[in-house]
Ligand binder design. Structure first.
Ligand code: FAD
Ligand code: SF4
Length: 542
């Protein structure tokens, strides 16, 4: 069978703009994707009706048919998306979501749930989608996760819930992340304000989600995923929560780091708005540790403090020439592009160097985001320079594939040793050395070792350093009794309690740079413990 022809039929069947449940933006993006030259191989399409298998169910002793046709999600074509900052992935239509949901086996012991750090009832929300009960799906997800539109887009499901799905062994796990995203997007298209009575009566949705006021007040510092989750969970339990955020917008890395084409800022804002509907107040432009101290918060009416301040300070290579013009930390580069909208210059007054030969040093999600931003800003050549091999890259596979499709060139086993300036102090060349992989190091990955005499120069006009981040010492340094590790992260116990009475912490500030969902999991866990502590007035150290 001709694969391309068959795939086009699926597109026609499943993405017709007349299908319900698709808003204008999604529809427009999907139409663009259809119009662009999709091909199956490039997009990893699995075709309808092409793969099924039969397996013995050990519990019932009966044969069951497994549908291995994972419904693919359309994307903008690489050629098109190289020139815009619109979201790359278009999301499922309602029909596609239902089709994918139907593949779920509704396992009695759902292994997928073991891989979800916030404990979403995965089979139940998938069942609700399958049955067209979208409001129910929203309720089930939101009982555990206040930020589903974000998680559905950026969580590494391939190593979490989807990696545990029983169908993973067959190479076609249920697309849990895409379904979660679908539910969140479906909800954002509904006008829930029209149905508050129904929602209240049925015990569904927002109005009834908040318990009666407890009279207790909590300060959450940092409006990233850890802080937002902690704030939402505490508000649902009836506590009065104020979030103090240093920047002028809430969302943390979600708003200043991850680019629009991967996580539209409207999605982040609408999920922050949801947190506001729970009664959480936000004090933006409020740098705790400078404007107000943690002690002052505790002495001025707050019963507890949660620190979700992330690890946003950049790490550098510490090699010659790193301070030249044209050498950015990924943190600065991405903040300029995303938060300060440099990609819409001059509409937004944020300058950024639109380099022609750009080198991004690093191999994680941050490096992929920076490289893909540089492509969109008009670079002729973008190289990701990584000192290990592709197998060791920590970035999500999907994002590496996207970057490759967009023309990013990967220089593996390569490491910069110095940067060289032109006569105006701007970077114009980068010396790199070839690397070989030696014995495994403490992380279990093979240690890269420089190959003597292999140094050579490459031409660059912009360099972006994306080799990790470290915690900012401002809050720990100004809060007596708050212990830190040698990496500058805060010391916490399993519930997120710091070494300071009444102060909890979670997310990147305790782990170093990690993931959105792990930060959310930490915020959730701390909220549970704070709630318990506030209600019991319990002793601090058990
Ligand atoms: C470019 C980039 C791409 C990423 N891609 C992914 C991905 O695809 N998937 C994934 O799972 N993870 C990804 N991550 C990692 C993920 O974003 C982080 O692990 C997560 O955001 C950590 O959440 P957090 O709430 O602990 O901290 P943050 O998101 O860093 O939020 C901390 C907040 O605290 C505020 N703050 C700091 N100090 C103070 C202070 N003194 N007073 C008041 N406010 C303060 C900051 O302004 C910020 O808003 C990415 C990270 C980056 C940088
Ligand atoms: S493990 Fe997979 S098939 Fe089973 S309930 Fe979870 S998502 Fe469905």
């Amino acid at each position: 069978m001709n694969a391309t022809v068959h795939y086009r039929k699926n597109i026609d069947d499943e993405q017709s703009p007349s299908k319900k449940g698709m808003d204008a933006t999604v529809m427009a993006t999907q139409l663009r994707a259809i119009a662009s030259n999709f091909d199956d191989k490039q997009h990893g399409i699995i075709r309808k009706g092409s793969k099924t298998t039969v397996e013995r169910d050990t519990m019932s002793g009966k044969n069951k048919k497994l549908n291995l046709n994972r419904v693919s999600m359309p994307k903008q074509s690489p050629e098109e998306r190289r020139h815009n900052f619109l979201e790359v992935a278009c999301g499922y239509s309602e029909e596609q979501a239902i089709e994918e949901a139907k593949r779920c086996l509704q396992c009695k012991k759902p292994r997928c749930m073991e891989g979800c750090p916030v404990g979403i009832d995965i089979p139940n929300f998938i069942r609700a989608i399958r049955d067209g009960e979208m409001e129910d799906a929203v309720r089930i997800i939101k009982a555990k996760n206040s930020l589903p539109g974000i998680c559905g887009r950026v969580c590494p499901q391939e190593v979490q819930c989807e990696s545990r799905c029983v169908l993973e062994k067959k190479g076609a796990p249920i697309a849990i992340g895409r379904l979660e995203r679908f539910v969140a997007d479906w909800e954002s298209r509904q006008d829930l304000s029209e149905k508050p009575t129904h929602l209240e009566e049925e015990g569904k949705g927002r109005p009834s989600a908040v318990q009666p006021p407890t009279g207790k007040k909590v300060a959450v510092v940092g409006a990233g995923p850890a802080g937002l989750t902690c704030a939402a969970d505490l508000a649902k339990r009836g506590h009065k929560v104020t979030v103090f955020e240093a920047l002028h917008d809430a969302g943390g890395v979600l708003i200043y780091g991850i680019p629009e084409f991967r996580l539209p800022k409207d999605i982040v804002r609408s999920e922050v708005d949801y947190v506001k509907t729970l009664g959480v107040e936000f004090e933006l432009d409020s740098v705790v540790g400078r404007l107000v101290q943690v002690d002052e918060l505790l002495n001025n009416g707050f019963d507890a403090v949660f620190l979700g301040i992330g690890a946003g300070a950049p790490r550098f290579l510490n090699i010659p020439g790193e301070n030249l013009n044209g050498v950015y930390s990924a943190n600065e580069y991405l903040t300029r592009v995303n938060l300060m909208k440099a990609y819409q210059f001059p509409k937004y007054d944020t300058p950024i160097r639109q380099g022609k030969r750009v080198a991004v040093v690093g191999g994680g999600n941050v490096a992929m985001d920076a490289a893909r931003c540089a492509v969109r800003l008009g670079a002729e050549e973008v190289h990701v320079v990584y000192r290990r091999s592709e197998a060791e890259m920590p970035a999500r596979l999907e994002e590496i594939e996207n970057a490759k499709e967009e023309g990013v060139i990967f220089d593996f086993l390569t490491n910069p040793t110095r940067f060289v300036a032109d006569d105006r102090g701007r970077v114009e060349r980068m010396e790199v050395v070839n690397m070989v992989l030696g014995e495994p190091d403490a992380s279990g990955r093979r240690r890269p070792v420089a190959e003597k005499g292999s140094e050579h120069m490459v031409d660059v006009d912009t360099v972006i350093i994306a080799v990790g981040t470290i915690p900012n010492p401002l809050v720990p340094g100004n809060t007596p009794g708050l212990e830190t590790t040698k990496w500058g992260t805060l010391v916490v116990d399993d519930d997120g309690r710091t070494t300071r009475d009444g102060v909890w912490a979670g997310g990147d500030i305790t782990t170093g740079g990690a993931t959105v969902i792990s930060a959310m999991g930490a915020g959730k866990k701390a909220a549970e413990d704070i709630d318990h502590w506030l209600r019991e007035d319990g002793p601090w150290n058990r």
